[in-house]
Design a protein around this ligand. Structure first.
Ligand code: ZN
Length: 120
């Protein structure tokens, strides 16, 4: 795996949001998944980022289940997200990222600004 290095001075002046995740609720029956979760050191990444830029912890609750367009809660399966209420279809990680961005900006999901931003 190729690792991209980042010049930490490039991060000054930006606010970076990170989900405030606890590992204990993320373990499943999959040994491989559990190993990857156990090896991940997000707290160190956040600590290092906070030395060079502002870091904002974000509430991860429903970030991957909530529709970033209408705010309704769905039960996505796999890597794909489809809202049963408004019909939005997208990548599950992209949907969660938009929800976290909205949280950072103090906004809630709403169809009109979402459609304007996404050029629907
Ligand atoms: Zn929706």
């Amino acid at each position: 795996m190729r690792v991209k290095t980042i010049d930490l001075d490039e991060l000054k002046g930006y606010i970076h949001g990170f989900e405030d995740i606890e590992k204990k609720g993320m373990f499943t029956k999959s040994r491989r998944h559990n190993r990857n979760i156990a090896k991940s050191d997000w707290k160190t990444i956040i600590r290092l980022m906070s030395c060079k830029s502002m870091v904002q912890p974000l509430d991860p609750h429903n970030s991957s289940k909530m529709c970033s367009r209408c705010g309704m809660i769905n039960a996505p399966k796999g890597a794909y997200y489809e809202c049963e209420f408004c019909g939005m279809k997208t990548d599950r990680q992209l949907n969660a990222s938009i929800n976290l961005y909205l949280q950072m900006e103090g906004l809630t999901p709403s169809p009109k600004p979402f459609d304007e931003l996404m050029g629907a």
